[in-house]
Design a protein around this ligand. Sequence first.
Ligand code: ARG
Length: 463
Amino acid sequence: MKLWSGRFKKDTAREMDDFHSSISFDRRLYREDITGSIAHAEGLSECGIITKQEKEKIEEGLLSILEELEEGKLELNTGYEDIHMNIEKILTDRIGETAKKLHTARSRNDQVALDLRMHLKKEIRNIQSDLVRLMKVLIDRAEENLYTIMPGYTHLQPAQPITLGHHLMAYFEMFRRDFERLEDCYHRTNQNPLGSCALAGTTYPLDREISTVILGFDRYTANSLDGVSDRDFALEFLSSSSIIMMHLSRFCEELILWSTNEFGFVEMDDSYSTGSSIMPQKKNPDAAELIRGKTGRIYGNLMGLLTVMKGLPMAYNKDMQEDKEGVFDTIDTVRGCLSIFTPMLSTLKVNKDRMAHAAARGYINATDVADYLAGKGIPFRTAHEITGKLVSHCIEKNLSLQDLPLEEYREFSPVFEMDILERMDPLNCVISRDIPGGPAPRQVQMHINKARMFLEDVSNCSC
Ligand code: ARG
């Protein structure tokens, strides 16, 4: 018999049970559901709505259910719709009538909002820790490669010389922002909807502060309609996750490109690569490709929930049961991707010679020639024009700017002196970009030092 069957004359159709049941996926919320119920029982008892003995009986029953669920000893039943009803039904079977008092001054509407918020709070922290691990690896690898010269690109055309350390620290900044976005999302998730009940609060004198404190929320939600129908926190989580995946996907794309025969900048460790069933020579960057591919799933989950919520009248509607699968899938996918990406990055072999070789070609030091001329008093636009002609001359003669003899430089401008050849060394081009945020090893080292302090701070705080 259903827990809500009083008003009905016949049972739901079998297919309807299967159709509207969410137990196959919301069973994942059992810990939160039980912890939330214990806090609610505590609130009921503190406010004199149930007795202390009743509260103790409920609590003991719920703890025994928790223990058996943890040990995998309890069967959950689709006939009881969702995790909330299943646990209440098992509790009633165990402790009898007292269990039926637990749902006083509560509805599944505030209960499910509570469970999802609690679950997300935990998982946001987990993903933040995964990001910290990744950022540590990034910093270490950046520090190893402060002097690893490579071409920087725009339009995927060689642009100016940078270092691999500088390139990696750009990703550090992306993941730092991801961490902070999650922190922000955590604060908005950290509000207790219990007491909103179905939509209009309750006539019972329930002190909402009690469950708020017990469950470690910052505060309780301010409006009962919003308390049960707000899923912004889940959307923010999905959107922060989409941005994390977008960053991972960009990084993966570069690693895939860099591990081609044509680039040869890096080689993925065998443990994160796969072979081909037909072409014996192949070593494919499957892990990076899968992460890039899974990004689509996560964007889909965000679009899915945005669309579920679009046009929903207040307050609770069963449509909102569709929030969970996308959120759970996102948690698992983002965590799965980070757990592969981080070791893939730490084991990545860097081919410094190939990077240096690429940096020596493609005239990526042309801006430095223009800067040199400008430094001698020639207006930058004119310097740009002279350098363009110089590059065109080098292309015709198949020479790099480092190899062009000084006499030929002078044919383009008399201000060139011997020091231009030294200036053309890509390492010097990098060292002279000594501006905060720039690629000069000194600057990247300072960035790394600050980044380490950031990671120390976040590891020491409660987040
Ligand atoms: N399983 C439901 C969900 O996930 C719980 C809330 C059901 N509330 C209701 N009034 N039918 O949203």
